[in-house]
Design a protein around this ligand. Structure first.
Ligand code: SF4
Length: 470
């Protein structure tokens, strides 16, 4: 079924257009590409100008209250447009749609469509139902088909040398602060052949770096079998190593409880694995980790990091942290500061705890005062900046390979890219180089934000051949 053409101002049919806004995690942005491709297949055009679109879609996030309130405020701003153009279709998609469900229609009566995080492949059909006159179309829970189509339509990919590929959906854990398992469901992994095929097609289209996405990506394959036949993330990395032209593979995000020796060995032997690993600790206090139901102690986390750094001494780590979790004392917080220092993270994302309805932690007293949360947030970020400066400064003088991503916005005449362990680096624009080029460099200095790199030899010939014009 294709969308009926809208009627232009001169009475001529015109292509219908949609305006999509995406919030939240990288998985949501990946899903945004799938949504774009699905509407393009039906003849819709994406409009960057919200005032000209026939359909407004919000692909939402529920992890934090702030993200939901932002969507409500944007929806509120659309009320007038909907009054003036009743034919305008407004849809809310994703985790917030799944969590709020029918209540969204009560709070925002001008919303026509609420579509949960496992139903978005049906979106074009759901919109047709609204256009056909149906009111308040609601689609929640599991859909009939898997979320990921076996053959991804690359039409939604914005181009450029980097891309994302979801290898699994959902989460089997049950952290007490987290809404994800209830809105995204249990783990559903994609068959390895399907993932490899999608990566190969992206590389054929010019992509050089692929981020594999999963809420707990090291649990990949747990639902696809047992014993020796079970697909595993390490084997997937081995299979991706066979793809000629794929320079980098990133993994987002690991859970410490699943990360084992087999995976650490596979990362270490992968020529493509980006040694910048998001493996959230959340708190340095065992008491708080238990209350968070994270499924590990600080000591288990330490053993995982020891294992990973034993195999990859140049590995850099990224963590998420929650400050002000119910019951967090100054002593618990000091344990987080000590852990941040001990593991020497390169990056951290720090969040002030806020209760999410529907989670186990929401039943606990939110007893850390807001100013205390803000102060702990600031202290942890200050410490993180200090650590990042130390780790980056230690890279100066080394040799590395930088994958160029884009022209630097702040430093005209320079490319910006990343070293094999995730440090941002600038290098001068030169002949034969461009986004997607993998360049052997010497790291000669540091400007306080990025490393300053100088090419050591010609870029790899494949990169020069596939470099994007900018
Ligand atoms: S591991 Fe915990 S925090 Fe991460 S998605 Fe699963 S339940 Fe949420």
């Amino acid at each position: 079924m294709t969308a009926p053409p809208a009627v232009g101002s001169a009475g001529s049919p015109r292509t219908r257009s949609f305006h999509l806004r995406v919030f939240g995690c990288q998985m949501n942005f990946y899903d945004g590409e799938l949504i774009r491709a699905a509407f393009a297949r039906r003849g819709w055009r994406e409009s960057r100008d919200p005032d000209r679109a026939d359909l407004h879609l919000f692909h939402t996030c529920s992890v934090r209250e702030h993200a939901e309130e932002r969507v409500h405020s944007l929806l509120g701003a659309l009320k007038r447009a909907k009054r003036e153009r009743p034919e305008l279709v407004v849809g809310v998609v994703g985790c917030m749609a799944e969590r709020e469900g029918r209540e969204l229609f009560e709070r925002e009566p001008h919303v026509d469509l609420v579509c949960g995080s496992r139903r978005f492949p049906e979106l074009p059909d759901l919109v047709e139902r609204v256009l056909g006159g149906e009111e308040r179309v609601l689609a929640l829970g599991e859909g009939e088909a898997p979320v990921d189509a076996a053959v991804r339509d690359l039409g939604g990919h914005p181009g450029g040398p980097t891309a994302q590929v979801a290898v699994m959906r959902g989460c089997d854990l049950n952290c007490s602060f987290c809404i994800v398992p209830s809105v995204r469901g249990r783990v559903v992994s994609r068959p390895p052949a399907e993932v490899v095929d999608e990566c190969r097609r992206l590389v054929d289209a010019g992509v050089r770096e692929i981020s594999l996405l999963g809420q707990t990506i090291d649990a990949y394959g747990a639902d696809l079998g047992r014993g020796g036949d079970r697909p595993r993330l390490g084997r997937l990395l081995d299979a991706l190593a066979e793809i000629e032209g794929l320079a980098r593979v990133r993994l987002i995000t690991l859970h410490p409880a699943y990360c084992d020796e087999e995976l650490a060995d596979a990362m270490a032997r992968s020529p493509q694995f980006l040694r910048l690993l998001p493996i959230p600790l959340q708190s340095g206090s065992d008491r708080i980790l238990r209350a968070m139901r994270r499924g590990y102690t600080l000591d288990l986390y330490r053993r995982r990091i020891d294992l990973l750094r034993d195999r990859m001494p140049d590995l850099e780590l990224v963590s998420d942290w929650i400050v002000g979790f119910p019951g967090e004392t100054e002593r618990d917080f000091a344990a987080s500061e000590a852990a941040m220092r001990e593991f020497g993270f390169l990056q951290s994302y720090v969040f002030q705890y806020s209760p999410r309805p529907g989670t186990a932690a929401a039943a606990l007293a939110d007893d850390v005062p807001t100013p205390v949360k803000a102060e702990r947030n600031r202290r942890l970020l200050d410490l993180q900046h200090e650590l990042a400066r130390e780790r980056t400064a230690a890279m100066v003088g080394r040799e590395a390979e930088v994958l160029i991503e884009a022209p630097s916005e702040r430093q005209p005449g320079r490319w910006v890219g990343r070293t094999g362990n995730g440090h941002r680096a600038l290098l001068p624009v030169g002949p034969g180089l461009g986004p997607g080029s993998l360049v052997p460099v010497r790291l000669e200095g540091w400007n306080g934000r990025e490393l300053l790199a100088r090419p050591r030899a010609a870029a790899d010939p494949l990169a020069a051949a596939t470099a994007f014009a900018v």
